[in-house]
Design a protein around this ligand. Structure first.
Ligand code: CP3
Length: 358
């Protein structure tokens, strides 16, 4: 950590006036803070323009100037309450020494970790050196934000990152990682390594200026009920406690996508301040079943934003009324998709800010 800029005073103070931070500390507002997962990305023409000028997607993630610009694009357009660092969850495996490529039209392709030897070849040694441009992006974004917009840092949860490391690419069922989790002696060590690396990564983002962090467990929902605690809840709890040991006051949001009734255990056992709900979760169930000490984030269907019109308006209204009276961060149930009309995003922001649903 010694190579990092000493920025210890950047941690948000207990009295931060940023709306997202106040909400994550439990304050209920008539109008919730709003941001959207994948708010920077291909649905924005200004993103596509920058993307066309950069070589690979990894080059964009490791260019502080361009990554900062892309992070700020949706803030300029919509005035969201938070910016989320532009990066990717697969930078951690890359920084551990795994071969990671993003191929046009194919998504990420990694050299598979299929045995103990491949795992032993990974190392924490170069982590901060490889990720230093990301920390530089965080500092630049923080400098570019006003006093009201919070900066969210993030990482993938150990389970989700492991599914890509073991499977070598995205898949709909994460078969290879699920099998490895059942039978391979090296699999728990991979999860332990990811907990350690991700904690280091999040703490360095906080040191550079991130004020909130989110842990994306995109593939939590494909774990069998019997495996959920072992591979989702426990590693996330471990990660949260390591971050909180160093930055007690920085709010942490967990997003265990698709985990259904597992949300209750996740909220109770991981130590997160907020949970991101996917769109399949009934907001009224969540408001009833998840303890009020945990702030709820979500959960408009990204496809309702594509559809627009009535689907969009009814979706916003249902969420606002289900969460009225408790601390809530307005978001989607998953990321914005490339075919989203940018003006539909503006409409969601206007509806939420005008208090249309609540
Ligand atoms: O939310 C944001 O605006 C911040 C940026 C961000 C990206 N990826 C940029 C990105 C964040 C938070 C992520 C997280 C991420 N990356 C997750 C977890 C959240 C989720 O969406 O489920 C996962 C599983 C990944 C891995 C990943 N990255 C995949 C499977 C792909 C290919 C699929 C796709 O959408 O293209 C990516 C590429 C990626 N990450 C893009 C962006 C904008 C598209 C690449 C491009 O522009 O060429």
């Amino acid at each position: 950590m010694s190579s990092l800029k000493a920025a210890g005073m950047r941690e948000p103070r207990a009295g931060s006036s940023k709306k997202l931070i106040r909400t994550l500390r439990g304050r209920t507002d008539a109008v919730p803070p709003i941001w959207m997962m994948r708010q920077a990305g291909r649905y924005l023409p200004e993103y596509r323009q920058i993307r066309a000028r950069t070589g690979s997607f990894l080059d964009l993630c490791y260019s502080p100037e361009l990554a900062c610009e892309v992070t700020l694009q949706p803030i300029r357009r919509y005035g969201f309450d938070a910016a989320i660092l532009f990066a990717d969850i697969l930078l951690v495996p890359h920084a551990l020494g795994q071969n990671v490529e993003f191929r046009e039209g194919e998504g990420p392709v990694l050299e598979k970790i299929a045995d103990g030897r491949a795992l032993a070849a990974l190392s924490m040694g170069g982590l901060h050196e490889v990720l230093a441009p990301v920390y530089e992006t965080v500092s630049r974004v923080r400098e570019g934000l006003d006093g009201e917009t919070a900066l969210i840092g993030f990482c993938g949860a150990p389970w989700t990152v492991a599914t890509y490391m073991v499977g070598g690419r995205g898949s709909s069922d994460q078969k290879e990682a699920r099998l490895a989790a059942y039978g391979e002696a090296w699999f728990p060590s991979l999860i332990d390594l990811l907990v350690e690396a991700s904690a280091e990564y999040l703490c360095a983002q906080i040191e550079a200026g991130a004020e909130v962090v989110q842990i994306f467990d995109t593939w939590a929902g494909n774990l069998a009920a019997s495996e959920f605690e072992r591979w989702c809840v426990t590693p996330v709890a471990d990660l949260v406690s390591r971050v909180k040991a160093r930055y007690r006051d920085v709010p942490v949001i967990g997003f265990p996508r698709g985990c259904g009734s597992g949300y209750a255990a996740f909220a109770e056992l991981t130590g997160v301040d907020g949970v991101g709900l996917d769109s399949a979760v009934d907001p009224a169930w969540a408001a009833r079943s998840i303890d009020r000490s945990v702030v709820l984030q979500g959960n408009l269907d990204p496809l309702a934003v594509v559809a627009g019109g009535r689907a969009l308006r009814d979706g916003v209204a249902a969420i606002e009324s289900a969460f009225a009276g408790r601390a809530h961060v307005f978001n989607l149930g998953h990321g914005l998709v490339p075919e989203t009309p940018p003006e539909h995003v503006a409409e969601v922001v206007e509806l939420v800010r005008s208090g249309a649903g609540g």
